[in-house]
Design a protein around this ligand. Structure first.
Ligand SMILES: *Cc1c(COP(=O)(O)O)cnc(C)c1O
Length: 233
């Protein structure tokens, strides 16, 4: 691997190639740096290297790095599992909560946004592989929740996010990405006051080109930008 800037340049080239292959514009696909376990200086390096936004998984890490100015100049997304008692540290602080994975959380985010007098942009997280280990709405639940989004007037539904199962072989996740694309098209067709569905967040270091081929509008990349995370420190 190269420097953070070199890695980003390589990823951009791969993204552009996949976009061309799919007959899409590369400018339609955003690169979100999944920056967990990388410090503020490295996040700033990624921003200087040209990522479109940053995504954090853990509330405490987000709060600490934000206080150090890690994300200045780029939108910040929350992409991890969010406990309801931490919602107050995230709503109104981040530009997009990508990981609204259950109705209880949706209601809680809406309540907190109302308290602050704001509208919070969100994505619904879909457990597209129906994995026990993952949270998220089922594909079946998504259209129903999307239909009821007007019940939560202080959120604005912007789209969907998914983390498919770890693939055994290259291309193994394309069918999940295709399923996500269908769900996304489905819910984007409907109109309403607090929905403006234009984001399909899918694709990580190992499978982002496949995700782009299947219609992703935002890839979330950690390892391919920053290198392997060291969980032992
Ligand atoms: C860590 C993480 C990523 C990036 O994973 P890599 O395989 O390191 O690219 C993307 N999305 C979410 C929700 C993550 O937690």
């Amino acid at each position: 691997m190269g420097t953070i800037a070199e890695n980003i340049a390589q990823i951009r080239a791969n993204m552009a190639q996949a976009a061309r292959q799919a007959g899409r514009e590369e400018t339609q696909i955003l690169l979100c740096a999944a920056s967990k376990m990388n410090d503020a200086a490295r996040v700033r390096e990624a921003i200087a290297g040209g990522v479109d936004c940053c995504g954090e998984n853990r509330v405490q890490e987000l709060v600490e790095k934000r206080a150090l100015g890690a994300y200045e100049g780029r939108p910040l997304h929350f992409i991890g599992h969010l406990q309801t008692n931490k919602v107050k540290f995230v709503v109104g602080v981040v530009d997009l909560i990508e990981s609204v994975d259950r109705e209880e959380l949706l209601a809680c985010v809406d309540r907190q946004a109302r308290k602050l007098g704001i509208v919070q942009d969100i994505l619904l997280e879909v457990n597209i592989g129906l994995e026990q280990s993952k949270s998220g709405f089922t594909a079946e639940q998504v259209p129903q929740i999307a239909d009821r989004i007007a019940e939560f007037p202080n959120v604005r539904l912007r789209g969907l996010m998914a983390i498919p199962p770890v693939s055994e072989h290259p291309g193994g996740n394309r069918r999940y990405f295709a399923e996500m694309r269908n769900l996304f098209v489905d819910i984007s067709a409907k109109k309403g006051d607090n929905r403006n569905v234009d984001i399909l967040s899918m694709g990580m270091s190992d499978d982002y080109t496949d995700a782009i081929l299947e219609g992703s509008t935002m890839v979330r990349i950690g390892t391919a930008i920053f290198g392997k995370r060291n969980y032992n420190v």
